[in-house]
Design a protein around this ligand. Structure first.
Ligand code: BGC
Length: 389
């Protein structure tokens, strides 16, 4: 699996990291250097299953409806995009625990930690519930504490987390945006708090790393690697901080022989090229990161007018299914993080969270608020699915 260099680095790091892990997680510390997905069944996110089932009921075309029903079988991450969702996490972990006991197969649950104060600092569509000027850091720490308390109740369920989509990438490239510059130190403090606390209950974490068309540009790779490695070392180099997640909620292919014309100028035109370019720089900075790569909406390529377009892109299709069978030993798993069918942002220009990207000519309209169900978009993702359902 690992190159000898990476193995050596991990072995050197393990004893100190194990000592730092409290007893509740210590028993599992020996597993922490392995791919967390190996040997586990992913427990499906009940919230997404319910959304898909309701969506299927609305489809009159019987062949499309039967294809759409297949989406329910794909494990998709559960987004903790507000503190009020933490009780649902407890419910789902309890169900996963019961499933493990009745089936005898170990269960893994996938979450997205996504509630930073002044969230989505360079865009508008996903502005969150906390603000830095109004007790944001304390509110965030309370949010994390509640997640930790929930997970602690179910030590047999393995939890994998994507940590704070877009946050670090915004700090690499968007400090010219005042809201991002003002949020820089709070983002770092809050993300570090999340990583340290989630490690105490054995959560395997992948910090969000943007995508090939963002941090994959050659000029961005070194600053990105330095920032990720800094987060790794300042949080104690825990083996539970497993690595980085790429392409979350984006549309890039994992590999391609024919680069999309919009990628012109970036030699890292797909996610594998990006990961292979970033990895050695991370290792040089002391972070032997592994990766997971989102492919939920990457089934159709060459659909964007510009690589920076991210909102409800028209013509997208569901992509490669989650699997630990990946093209590189650096990639632990292909994953579906974005619940396909939930909107990226509203196209209503008078809404408070309106972002102009959601009314570009390559964005499907009219679109509802970020995170809410967008039936026509879901149906298009099913029609365009590659592989097909
Ligand atoms: C939204 C979240 C939502 C997530 C998954 C984000 O763009 O801001 O509210 O949970 O997408 O759909």
């Amino acid at each position: 699996m690992f190159s000898p260099v990476v193995l050596g680095a991990l072995a050197a790091l393990l004893p100190a990291a194990v000592q730092a892990i409290p007893s509740s997680a210590q028993a599992r510390a020996a597993d922490a250097i392995a791919n967390p997905y190996t040997g586990y069944t992913i427990f499906k996110n009940p919230e997404y299953v319910a959304e898909v089932q309701a969506a299927v009921q609305q489809i009159s075309d019987s062949s499309l409806a039967s294809a759409a029903a297949g989406v329910e079988d794909v494990p998709v991450f559960f987004w903790l995009d507000q503190v009020a969702k933490v009780p649902n996490l407890t419910t789902y972990l309890a169900a996963a625990d019961a499933e493990a006991k009745s089936s005898g197969s170990q269960q893994l649950f996938q979450i997205v930690v996504y509630d930073l104060p002044d969230r989505d600092c360079a865009a508008a569509a996903s502005n969150g519930e906390f603000s830095i000027s109004d007790n944001g850091q304390t509110n965030y720490e309370n949010y994390i504490d509640q997640i930790v308390a929930s997970i602690k109740q179910y030590p047999d369920v393995r939890v994998v987390a994507v940590v704070e989509p877009d946050s670090m990438a915004n700090l690499v490239t968007n400090l010219s945006v005042q809201k991002c510059a003002d949020a820089e130190s709070t983002y770092k403090t809050c993300v570090a708090y999340a990583i340290e606390q989630l490690a105490t209950v054995g959560v395997y974490m992948y910090l969000d790393a943007g995508h090939a068309g963002w941090l994959g540009w050659p000029a961005n790779l070194s600053p990105a690697a330095e920032l990720f490695a800094q987060m790794y070392s300042t949080t104690g180099s825990s083996p539970y901080f497993r690595g980085l997640a790429t392409n979350v909620a984006n549309y890039n292919s994992l590999t391609t022989d024919s680069p999309d014309p919009i990628t012109s100028g970036d030699s890292n035109y797909d996610e594998l090229l990006y990961i292979e370019a970033l990895s050695p720089l991370l290792v040089d900075n002391g972070f032997p990161a592994q990766f997971i790569v989102e492919q939920a909406r990457s089934g159709v390529q060459n659909i964007r007018s510009a690589w920076g377009d991210w909102c409800n892109v028209k013509g997208a299709g569901f992509g490669l299914r989650p699997s630990t069978d990946t093209p590189s030993s650096l990639i632990d798993s292909i994953v579906w993080v974005k619940p396909g069918g939930e909107a990226d942002g509203t196209s209503n220009s008078s809404a408070a969270r309106y972002d102009y990207h959601c009314s570009l000519s390559d964005a499907l309209q009219p679109a509802p608020e970020a995170g809410t169900w967008f039936q026509t978009y879901f149906e298009d993702l099913v029609s365009g699915a590659n592989p097909a359902f």
